[in-house]
Design a protein around this ligand. Structure first.
Ligand code: F6P
Length: 604
């Protein structure tokens, strides 16, 4: 039953090919990947791939014994092993005994972490070293949730002070709006908020908004107090309708969220919503002043758009878009909706895990262990996908957010030094809340491809309820699945077990479960603003840890550029053809045919 993956490395080059200037690697001139990727020797040298390290090779050798000689059914029966494959911190409990690992695997993975100087790489990140080398930027999202008393210096400036100056402004501004001191242009109390933004300027805030909708404390300050928040992300005009539907412009504030303030989707949508406001209230400058605010790093562009500087809440180039939910990107919309104190609790939860990441020993460090399991599953076991199953509907948007955090970060093909990788990185991440996923794609998870799973459960529900005549509470019903699914995946069901049930021989192949499918379970007390912060930080750091071990740059995203450039060309052609009668040109035959069909209804 060993669900052995195909050899994922077979078709890849065994020897790294340099795409930057330098000598090809040989055992003598290859420095180990480290904090700087530099060699201590003064000789010019080629930065080595992590796969050249003896610790990596030891894991490759070791994986054979795991694949050939172990099954999770037996591994789970080893009490000593199970006891050692768990970690706990600040209410977060992680069980990783259902990973296809032995205690030896864990030891070897920790040795790999030591060999790549993981601790130092983490320190470099949180202390403001410019680890995003292709953009020459620091990666300091942890500073966004640092305490006021902390100091993180970047270019002679304490960024924590900058962060708290903006947070204080957001606290004051959101209280002014919620208390009715800042009113709409026609004097009405503002109670609807529309956040216009996409990607990292949308997914994180949306996850948090959804997660807190049913949190008693947040919802009493939000929906129950009469406030509504909608997101407008897609440039599809249908999304404009959906976002604005039912909102009175005179009672609505629009928050334009864009790090660059150049993203086409966001700018087009912001203009569309501004027109909606003008249509209702006229074009007097006070309409934009009272109804439009922005979160951005580009203060010149927000000014050009007409948003008053006092209504712009900045953040900084050292905050990556997908890591920006703790900046004004999340702080402003979520504080308008649920009050600043709720958002502050979210920051506290994220900070708790940040401290754990930095201070806990690697073998008890939850995000480090999550990351090491990711490296093991992807690069050694060859599992290319990974699924996340939060057992609460309130986390319905967490998988989408983590999908961007992880896939935009680790979807890379070269090391941070520009060397082609000769191993696989960057999982395909997807997920759905439990139990919805069970009735959708779990068939494949149980009987098709092997997809490592992350289960997230809570001891208490945000909405506890029981039904007369039911054996357990509704939450216990949900959690029965949270506990059952990992075992079903791990243990499976043998043909002998099926036979013992008296099943017909014809049916047995169809109802046998190979099992041996890895998962990891996180159990937290209850979903609230604090635990949302903890979850966010855990998954952000999982991604960073994997990137550090793989020695890739997890903080740039050049892969999204090409499509944007080509869309610009198409946009120009659509304009010329539709409004100036110009022929569609400069495309390949396929694109030309499609564009012409789109414009003229038929080919030619
Ligand atoms: O999708 C590419 C991307 O650059 C993301 O990294 C970013 O989160 C998103 O676009 C939005 O960018 P901005 O906040 O600048 O509008």
């Amino acid at each position: 039953f060993s669900a052995r993956p195909s050899d994922v490395f077979a078709s890849r080059r065994a020897t790294p090919r340099m795409v930057v200037l330098g000598k090809p690697p040989t055992p003598s001139n290859v420095p180990a990947p480290g904090p700087d990727g530099d060699s201590s020797s003064s000789k010019p040298s080629t930065p080595a791939l992590v796969s050249t390290l003896p610790q990596w090779k030891a894991l490759q050798k070791h994986k054979e014994s795991i694949i050939d000689q172990t099954h999770l059914r037996e591994l789970l029966d080893d009490d000593e092993r199970v006891l050692q494959l768990a970690a706990e911190y600040d209410g977060v409990f992680m069980d990783y005994s259902r990973q296809r690992i032995s205690l030896e695997t864990k030891k070897l993975l920790l040795e790999l972490a030591e060999a790549v100087n993981l601790k130092q790489r983490i320190k470099d990140m949180v202390s403001g070293k410019r680890i995003n080398t292709t953009e020459n930027r620091a990666v300091l999202h942890t500073a966004l949730r640092a305490k006021k008393s902390e100091v993180v210096m970047l270019d002679g400036v304490n960024v924590v002070e900058q962060v708290h100056t903006v947070l204080d402004r957001i606290r004051t501004f959101t209280e002014t709006v919620r208390s009715g001191k800042h009113v709409g242009a026609s004097g009405k109390h503002i109670k609807n908020f529309v956040a216009v933004g996409i990607g990292g300027s949308y997914l994180g805030p949306d996850f948090l908004y959804e997660a807190l909708k049913t949190d008693p404390a947040a919802s009493s300050a939000g929906q129950q107090a009469g406030y509504s928040l909608h997101f407008l992300a897609n440039v599809d005009p249908v999304d404009v309708k959906r976002a604005l539907d039912g909102f009175d412009p005179e009672e609505t504030m629009v928050i334009v969220v864009s790090k660059t303030f150049t993203t086409r989707e966001t700018i087009v949508n912001a203009k569309t919503v501004r027109t909606w406001l003008w249509d209702a209230m006229g074009t007097d400058p006070k309409v934009v002043r009272q109804h439009m605010v922005a979160c951005s790093t580009n203060l010149a562009k927000t000014k050009d758009f007409g948003i008053s500087p006092e209504n712009v809440f900045p953040f900084w180039d050292w905050v990556g878009g997908r890591y920006s939910v703790c900046s004004s990107v999340g702080a402003l919309p979520l504080s308008l909706m649920y009050g600043f104190n709720t958002f502050d609790k979210f920051l506290n939860g994220a900070r708790s895990i940040d401290k754990h990441l930095v201070n806990a020993p690697l073998d008890r460090n939850i995000p480090v262990l999550m990351g090491l399991m990711g490296v093991w599953n992807m690069s050694f076991m060859g599992y290319k996908s990974r699924a996340m199953h939060p057992y609460t509907e309130a986390l319905n948007k967490l998988p989408a957010h983590i999908q961007q955090v992880d896939m935009e970060s680790n979807g890379k093909h070269v090391s941070r030094h520009g060397v082609d990788l000769d191993f696989e990185v960057g999982e395909v991440d997807f997920g759905e809340p439990g139990t919805l996923g069970q009735h959708s794609f779990f068939q494949l998870l149980h009987m098709g491809q092997v997809v490592p799973c992350t289960f997230i459960g809570f001891i208490e529900s945000q909405n506890p309820t029981c039904q007369d005549g039911e054996p357990v509470s509704n939450h216990d019903e949900l959690m029965s699945n949270f506990f059952a699914q990992p075992d079903a995946l791990a243990r499976g069901k043998t043909s002998e077990e099926c036979r013992a049930e008296g099943r017909s021989e014809d049916l047995i192949p169809h109802i046998t479960f190979t099992g041996n499918r890895p998962s990891l379970s996180l159990l937290l007390p209850v979903l609230n603003a604090y635990t949302c912060g903890q979850l966010l930080s855990l998954f952000e750091h999982r991604t960073a840890v994997q990137g550090f071990v793989w020695d890739i740059n997890s903080f740039d995203q050049w892969g999204v550029e090409l499509g944007k450039v080509l869309a610009t060309k198409v946009r120009k052609q659509l304009n010329q053809a539709r409004y100036h009668g110009k022929p569609v040109a400069d495309f390949n035959a396929s694109t030309k045919r499609m564009v012409e069909r789109y414009l003229f209804g038929s080919v030619g």
